[in-house]
Design a protein around this ligand. Structure first.
Ligand code: F6P
Length: 530
């Protein structure tokens, strides 16, 4: 199987270093616009449902050409094709990476598809049809007023983000709740407002072993029976790849998915059930169609006109040459309030790694930290630092041309703010008074949707998935495992036994041991029972 080469070991890498040292680090976007009358036309493009202006970024045609050489030298295209074809590119888990199959129309075959593909695609569509039929049943069941999704990470962030983002399309007769944290405050607060006979619990977990979700699921089951709930089968549904474990918990209504769907890429699978209930079968199919349109763009557009590729290359350019450590994401749409949290997992769990596929330790940096809030709120909180801080923090705006609310004047005001921020960041404002001086030349990317719909959201999310793929492939890492989350989970088990008094306090590092003893001293009686 083809493996991408680490970009820092390919011939274009030193050329880019030299280009950065000679010209890149001195690039002034204001001058670049003066010198290149077609800069906007060159650095902007359409992709399915998304228009992108990349021109207010710290690059020019030469840097872009070298970055494209870098992509070719790593074998990005072959790696991308291997993903779409279903090869086991997640080598540390020996799995295919096929979230794109979840949005592929039935009966479409791609060149190079592995032999299992036809069967996998048939399974995808039969599960999808069953899941959507169930969603429609729930939508028309007037006794169900509340839907509670219990899941964490990829089993929470995607559906939560999408159900919020698409609230204009949501069935008005039902409320949606998301419980992820093992902190009982969250579940307790949600349960307080519910009645057992009117609630559907969705237990979402790819593995069905995640400690937080299992605990919340058991507590929800206990609460349901304590409230007099009779029909567990009718009020609990499980979404998982581990259907045996769902049965062990007593949940028999299940929708499965497959180990070749990564948790943070699972919104398109049965994990999307809350979204399907919220926006209906038609809406969910439109969401898949938007994702598929972006897949086709990523799969077939030439690299120089391929939006996920261009974004991924910019990410590498900023991270490895400019040394920028984060990307601020600001959706100018209040309903996209979970977008930054969603992207955090997508980018940082995928590319927050420092060992390459071949086991070597990278010498270059990888994932930026992702953070942000919807605009205009962010402007009144942290944009100060974007404009005048000592660090340069690239900004990525998502704006929507047409609002879906009827209130006059708001949308123009919102868009004027979004445009003004990117303009101010780039143009700056000279002043003799340092406090009032705006240095400018600060980068931003502007992504524009016509309107926020299931289809355009699907395209936007697939775009983000693929740009993460591109930078991960260039760094030569496996973007599809997450071993880094394991150690903390293991240690928590030992510490839990100590906090509950099940085991004596073990020798730990001094800090952890003191904190464990502090908890025990305050919570255990003289005989050591806690
Ligand atoms: O701990 C990290 C993680 O494994 C994520 O990758 C995943 O999205 C999340 O936990 C939840 O996992 P599951 O869906 O198996 O409960």
């Amino acid at each position: 199987m083809f493996m991408p080469l680490r970009c820092d070991q390919t011939p274009p890498w030193p050329l880019l270093q030299a280009h950065y040292a000679d010209r890149g680090r001195h690039l002034d976007m204001r001058r670049a616009f003066e010198q290149d009358a077609d800069r906007f036309a060159h650095f902007s493009q359409s992709a399915p449902h998304v228009f992108a202006d990349l021109s207010k970024n710290l690059w020019d045609r030469d840097s872009e050409a070298l970055l494209l050489d870098l992509a070719r030298a790593t074998g990005l295209e072959a790696h991308r094709n291997a993903m779409f074809a279903g090869e086991a590119i997640n080598t540390t888990e020996n799995r295919a990476v096929l979230h794109t199959l979840l949005r592929r129309p039935a009966n479409v075959a791609l060149p190079g598809d592995v032999p299992e593909t036809a069967q996998r695609l048939a399974d995808v569509h039969s599960t999808l049809n069953a899941m959507l039929a169930f969603a429609e049943e729930v939508r028309s069941d007037t006794t169900i007023t509340d839907v509670v999704n219990i899941g964490i990470g990829g089993s929470d962030l995607g559906p939560h983000m999408a159900v919020r983002a698409l609230e204009e399309f949501r069935i008005p007769s039902k409320r949606f709740h998301f419980v992820s944290n093992v902190d009982g405050h969250e579940l307790h607060h949600v349960l307080q407002g519910l009645k057992a006979e009117n609630t559907l619990f969705i237990i979402a977990s790819k593995t069905f072993t995640t400690a937080e979700t299992m605990m919340n699921a058991r507590s929800a089951l206990d609460w349901f029976t304590a409230q007099g709930g009779q029909d567990v089968a009718g009020h609990f549904v499980a979404l998982s790849t581990n259907l045996e474990a769902t049965r062990a918990l007593g949940i028999t209504t299940t929708f499965g998915f497959w180990d070749w769907v990564g948790g943070r890429y699972s919104l398109w699978s049965a994990i999307g059930l809350p979204m399907a209930i919220a926006i209906g079968e038609q809406g969910f199919r439109e969401f898949l169609a938007g994702g598929h349109a972006m897949d086709e763009h990523f799969r077939t557009a030439p690299l120089a006109q391929n939006l996920p590729v261009r974004l991924g290359l910019l990410d590498v350019w900023y991270r490895n040459f400019y040394g920028f450590t984060s990307r601020c994401v600001a959706p100018y749409h209040a309903s996209m309030c979970r977008y930054a949290a969603y992207l955090q997992q997508l980018e940082m769990e995928s590319n927050g790694k420092r060992v390459a596929l071949d086991g070597s330790t990278l010498t270059c940096a990888t994932s930026p930290a992702i953070w942000g809030e919807p605009g205009t709120n962010g402007q009144h909180a942290f944009f100060q630092m974007l404009h005048q801080g000592a660090d340069v923090l690239p900004l990525e705006i998502v704006a929507v041309r047409k609002a879906s609310h009827p209130l006059p004047g708001h949308q123009q005001k919102l868009l004027a703010n979004a445009l003004a921020q990117t303009q101010a960041l780039m143009v700056g404002k000279a002043s003799d008074d340092g406090h009032r001086h705006f240095p400018g030349n600060r980068p931003s990317t502007f992504l524009l949707l016509e309107s926020l719909t299931p289809e355009s959201l699907g395209a936007l999310i697939a775009l983000q998935e693929h740009r993460v793929f591109v930078s991960g492939a260039l760094w030569g890492i496996n973007s599809f495992d997450q071993w880094g989350v394991e150690l903390g989970k293991q240690l928590a088990k030992t510490i839990l036994a100590e906090l509950t008094g099940e085991t004596p306090v073990q020798p730990h590092d001094s800090s952890t041991e003191h904190l464990v003893r502090l908890y025990r001293n305050a919570n255990c009686d003289k005989d050591g029972a806690c």
